[in-house]
Design a protein around this ligand. Structure first.
Ligand code: PLP
Length: 421
């Protein structure tokens, strides 16, 4: 039996209708922005393998650091014990975050980083004897697939089977010049009950790389601060350079109270989640009363190997070469966006930093399930480019080591698609 047959016999893939989906492609190796399958085909990874990879596949430096850590200490219980790699990573990360971020809480992935942030906010209020039971989130949001994370995400086909079990959330529109005041009014009507406002800063990834201006988010955050509503910046996707700055929050003057990280955190090599918060939040859990403890943790909290990968990735991220690559991608994307801004086949071409999204004009069926999506996916795959269209929207979210030649290959393929469809 070949890999595909063996896979289909025993494996259930995520977000995959197993009855109708094309068989999975067995990938046996990676290098830089390239992936290689078992048949000797090469693919250009334009989506960073589900938005996680920032320094290229099988990065030798991360591999070396992970290997050293594995041979030194593979895991230790993180309650009652600690280890140097987790400490160094926390110190290093806090150093480059907005300076109000003071404490690091480890978990396993983006969804758990969000769960932890939500629990911190809920208990922040209950620990002070003034529980607030409402949460504000953005329409079209995506914060993960666990129940808390799903609850603060948009209700959609993805959540339909679970909707009865999700807690209620006050959803608001993406803020802009026109609606900012009415959003404030909407929040104002429940403001004393709102524990927190959670958002994906500047770019809503899963919604289709929807983008909005820092200016209006900033005003909304200022309003929340004024009303004592905690703010959670979910930087699981936008963190580590995606928006052209180190973090999306670096585009804002306001600082969030909490931040969530995963995906690029380990350079895309190991699962790891981080929630950071201010001292004010941390201190609300300090007490002689054990009931005020944050009761959350995972078996693999702060796993040393994952922390070693993240620490190595952070070192690479801080090299000038990486920031130069990010700038290079931003500039090249912008040129391409300008060139195609009037293309009638495109409803919109939009860019925030290294993220470039192209929305195809379609008469009907713009949803995730649209058949254009599958045709686009196959079209690019035939050109040995891995894209994962969100409905009629295609986007690039590449590793930063992608070469100019490889970018040219992506742009040429899009222009070809625009002629074809
Ligand atoms: C992917 C994502 C998550 C969930 O992360 P997982 O590691 O897949 O659980 C949460 N928030 C945002 C903004 C994401 O893009």
């Amino acid at each position: 039996m070949n890999w595909v047959e063996r896979d289909l016999k025993v494996i259930w893939h995520p977000y995959t209708q197993m009855q109708t989906a094309a068989p999975p492609i067995p990938i046996v190796q990676g290098e830089g922005a390239l992936l290689f399958d078992d048949q000797g085909n090469t693919y250009l990874d334009a989506v960073s393998s589900w938005w996680v990879n920032i320094h290229g596949h099988a990065n030798p430096y991360i591999a070396e650091k992970v290997s050293e850590q594995l041979k030194t200490l593979e895991h230790v219980i993180f309650a009652g014990f600690t280890h140097p790699t987790a400490i160094k990573l926390a110190e290093g990360l806090l150093e480059i975050l907005p300076n109000n971020q003071q404490k690091v809480f480890y978990s396993d992935n983006g969804s758990t980083a969000v769960e932890v942030a939500l629990k911190m906010c809920m208990q922040f209020w209950s620990n002070q004897g003034k529980p607030r039971t409402k949460i504000v989130a953005l329409h079209n949001a995506y914060h993960g697939d666990t129940f808390g994370a799903m609850s603060v995400s948009a209700r959609s086909a993805f959540t339909a089977s679970f909707d009865p079990y999700l807690f209620e959330v006050e959803f608001i529109d993406l803020p802009n010049e026109e609606n900012l005041e009415s959003i404030k009014q909407q929040v104002s009507s429940i403001k004393t009950e709102v524990s927190c406002f959670i958002f994906e800063p500047l770019v809503q990834g899963s919604a289709g790389m929807l983008m909005y201006e820092a200016k209006y988010l900033n005003e909304l955050m200022a309003y929340c601060r004024q009303e004592g509503i905690l703010t959670i910046a979910d930087e699981v996707m936008t963190g580590f350079g995606r928006t052209g700055k180190r973090f999306a929050c670096n585009h804002l003057q306001e600082k969030p109270d909490l931040m969530c990280f995963s995906k690029g955190l380990t350079g895309g090599t190991m699962p790891l989640g981080i929630t950071t918060c201010t001292n004010k939040i941390y201190e609300a859990f300090l007490s002689d009363d054990k009931h005020k403890t944050l009761f959350h943790g995972h078996s693999f909290t702060a796993n040393p190997v994952a922390c070693a990968a993240a620490l190595a990735s952070l070192e690479l991220f801080l090299q000038t070469k990486t920031m130069e690559n990010i700038d290079r991608i931003c500039n090249r994307h912008q040129l391409f966006a300008d060139k195609n801004s009037m293309n009638p086949k495109l409803k919109e071409i939009r860019q925030t930093g290294t993220i470039l999204a192209m929305e195809f004009n379609v008469a009907t069926g713009t949803s995730y399930f649209s058949n254009l999506r599958d045709r686009l996916y196959q079209f690019f795959l035939n050109k040995q480019i891995i894209l994962r269209p969100l409905g009629n929207i295609i986007y690039f979210l590449t590793p930063y080591c992608i070469t100019d030649l490889q970018l040219d290959q992506l742009y040429a393929a899009v222009e070809n698609a625009l002629e074809t469809f």
